[in-house]
Design a protein around this ligand. Structure first.
Ligand code: HEC
Ligand code: HEC
Length: 209
């Protein structure tokens, strides 16, 4: 038991340091199921049930399984290359098999998303308007059109409800200002006119939706 604990602690330290030898052994092996990986490896950052605490790490709980599969392959193939994605996810995703990816996606999509407490009321009201009606003045469409009336997503359209405010803001600026998420060309058009204040408003609304 003691030996196992030491192993676990060492494993986590190595992972956090960004070196993937310990996890690579697990991730390349189909015998290690997605659920085991989720609970032993992904949990370090994303939480055992996919409800991460630190907003650097997106919540995966209740995320669309089609979207999760797609993003894991994007990291594995080095297409999604924003700095945190590159730094944290390329190494982890590198040796995942297709079977593990399917199982991981199934596991996290079945977890229940725990909402954040309500944020600033004024920002939320502004965010709600953007979410449900868009910004007609500059042709920004309503987010609900694609992400669903409750933001829970559908297939390739990710769940954005219940996500960390900071993570959403960061992704909106990645879509707007970079080409680091080539799968998100549709979001590039949508974020084109969004100001940082509008991004914060819609992100604040979404994190408790
Ligand atoms: C050492 C920390 C760490 C570990 C361990 C980790 N991740 Fe991540 N993961 C991140 C970070 C940071 C991001 C956000 C990258 C960004 O900002 O683009 C991320 C992003 C993701 C995303 C994209 C989510 C979205 O909403 O687009 C998925 C899917 C994901 N991780 C799945 C996994 C799975 C499955 C595992 C285990 C096999 C795992 N991660 C292990 C840090 C980690
Ligand atoms: C025309 C459809 C469409 C509309 C409208 C739309 N989105 Fe998206 N959105 C997408 C797609 C598709 C993706 C997945 C992109 C990818 O795979 O990289 C996405 C991804 C995202 C992500 C990244 C999620 C994650 O977990 O990394 C955020 C955040 C987001 N959208 C927010 C918004 C907001 C806020 C609005 C409204 C201002 C909006 N979207 C409007 C289609 C849309």
């Amino acid at each position: 038991m003691k030996k196992m604990m030491v192993g676990l602690v060492l494993g986590s330290t190595i992972l956090i340091a960004g070196c993937t030898t310990a996890s690579a052994r697990k991730t390349a092996d189909d015998q290690v199921t997605g659920k085991q990986l989720a609970q032993q490896v992904c949990s370090l950052c994303h939480g055992v049930d996919g409800n991460s605490i630190n907003p650097i790490f997106p919540k995966l709980a209740g995320q669309q399984s089609v979207y999760l599969v797609q993003q894991l392959k994007e990291f594995r193939d080095h297409h999604r290359s924003d700095p945190d994605g590159y730094k944290y996810m390329w190494g982890i995703a590198r040796y995942l098999t297709n079977q593990q990816i399917t199982e991981l996606a199934k596991y996290f999509s079945q977890q229940k998303n725990i909402l954040a407490p309500k944020g600033n009321a004024e920002l939320e009201a502004q965010g709600k308007l953007i979410f449900t009606e868009g910004i007609p003045a500059n042709n920004t469409p309503a987010c609900a059109t694609c992400h669903g009336p409750y933001g829970s997503g559908n297939g390739i359209f990710p769940r954005i409800a219940g996500q960390h405010t900071k993570y959403i803001e960061k992704q909106l600026s990645i879509f707007k200002d970079t080409d680091d998420r080539p799968d998100g060309t549709v979001m590039k058009v949508i974020t084109h006119h969004i100001t940082p204040v509008e991004a914060r408003a819609v992100a604040t609304y979404l994190s408790s939706l």
